[in-house]
Design a protein around this ligand. Structure first.
Ligand SMILES: Cc1cc2nc3c(=O)[nH]c(=O)nc-3n(C[C@H](O)[C@H](O)[C@H](O)COP(=O)(O)O)c2cc1C
Length: 419
């Protein structure tokens, strides 16, 4: 398969191999990295050496393979290897290695190196599906992500145990793309202005109660962060969420659908792209009470609702040069509802997801979405971390703006069936 990102000419890497049954796949990965012209130092844990010999990596990398923290060497390897590297790629990464990295244990060469390194660290975990889903592993992965590590999620399929599940080492090309992005971050949104909404809105019933929805804001925040990392100026208009405003991004906190509408419309002319990722309430109480309603007042039976303004339709109608992107959270007939919404709202791109699907939708760190554009293209993305979904959406918007299809994604695109 053709690689799409920049090559790794002049890039010095550490490839760390740990004791997973997938350790043999690191041999293919090393060959790929060498073909991409990277200079690679290989580090192996004692566990990894039980699966593949250091000699294999030594021959293919053309340099000494470090396996021992206490190995006699002119330099202290746990300091010198990370110092010289532009990235450390751990592939495959065992559950044990993730745990040690998250906890800061330093009882072998690799784990000690991870405490001294300043460069990007990319983990490509591989393990049994039950291990990957184990709460301890989930928490360690979240800790590492929070600290800035890149996690190339394992893929679903048949595992070494013969069972089916998520745990297979990610495809070589996905690992390579993550590595390329870490060492040579893309700046292809430089000079663009993105207005993005995220999170739910809250519509007051009385001073203590409100109507809202389950949106966590994670997808919108991931989009804002991805666009900023790629060079965009970003304004994030957010309903109430548990997330911290991302650093370096202009942030506007709102509560109600009306406040969100005002904030978006005020800055619409400034933007060249608008992504409405917020789950804006469709209805609000027609007459919110100024005082807390008492039980005896039967607020539930008396609650009258009125529709809120349709921000997305307004944007679709008002836009001049802007690309407008909407989201559709559905629970049934995903494609049919998404197509209707795409037409009805006059947007350029619709991101649809079934919020009831496993690993998808509100609150989850992953999402499985379908992208629909006005030419009738339907692109299904696999289940991915929300940050990866964000990058795919940004790729697609750039492609729309430049009038060509994104070259950086590997999703399936198909022409829709006649229904
Ligand atoms: C046959 C076999 C296969 C294994 N495969 C994996 C694996 O794919 N992922 C994993 O996290 N651990 C796996 N383990 C367990 C690790 O080898 C073990 O946790 C070890 O302590 C990892 O050490 P390291 O992280 O220092 O390499 C496997 C063990 C055996 C015996």
């Amino acid at each position: 398969m053709q690689t799409t990102g920049p090559s790794l000419t002049g890039v010095r890497l550490v490839l760390a191999v740990t004791g997973s049954i997938a350790a043999y796949k690191a041999v293919g990965l090393l060959r790929l990295l060498r073909r991409e012209d990277a200079t690679v130092n290989v580090v192996m844990t004692a566990g990894a050496c039980r699966f593949v010999t250091p000699l294999t990596f030594e021959v293919l990398s053309g340099s000494h393979v470090a396996t021992d923290l206490f190995e006699a060497h002119q330099e202290m390897l746990h300091l010198s290897l990370p110092e010289q590297a532009q990235a450390i790629l751990i592939a495959p990464a065992t559950a044990n290695c993730l745990a040690k990295a998250a906890l800061g244990l330093a009882d072998d060469l690799l784990s000690t190196m991870l405490l001294t390194t300043q460069c990007p660290v990319i983990f490509a975990p591989a393990m049994d599906g039950d291990m990957w889903r184990h709460q301890t592993v989930v928490e360690h992965v979240a800790t590492l992500r929070r600290r800035g590590a890149v996690i190339v999620e394992p893929e679903e399929g048949s595992l070494a145990s013969g069972r089916l599940g998520q745990g297979r080492l990610a495809d070589e090309q996905r690992i390579l793309s993550a590595l390329q992005a870490a060492v040579r971050p893309r700046r292809d949104w430089t000079g663009r202005r993105l207005l993005i909404s995220a999170g739910p809105t809250q519509e007051a019933i009385d001073p203590v109660r409100f109507i809202s929805n389950r949106s966590s804001g994670k997808m919108g925040y991931a989009l804002a962060q991805a666009a900023q990392a790629r060079g965009a100026e970003v304004l994030l208009v957010s309903g109430p969420t548990a997330l911290r405003p991302p650093a370096g991004i202009e942030f506007c906190a709102v509560t109600t659908a009306e406040e969100m509408r005002k904030a978006i419309m005020t800055r619409f002319a400034w933007s060249d792209t608008v992504i409405m990722a917020a789950a804006v309430a469709d209805f609000r109480p027609a007459q919110p009470s100024a005082q807390k309603l008492k039980k005896q007042q039967h607020p539930v039976t008396n609650l009258k609702l009125e529709p809120t303004d349709d921000i997305l339709s307004e944007l679709g109608a008002r836009r001049t040069r802007q690309v407008v992107v909407g989201f559709a959270a559905e629970t049934e007939d995903l494609l049919a509802h998404a197509r209707e919404k795409l037409q009805a709202k006059g947007v350029d791109l619709l991101v649809a997801n079934d919020v009831t699907a496993a690993g998808s939708g509100f609150g989850s760190d992953t999402n499985r979405v379908v992208l629909l554009n006005r030419d009738g293209d339907v692109t299904e993305l696999p289940l991915l971390p929300k940050r990866d979904v964000a990058d795919h959406i940004l790729d697609r918007i750039l492609a729309l703006q430049t009038g060509r299809r994104s070259q950086t994604t590997r999703p399936r695109t198909r022409t829709p069936r006649k229904e």
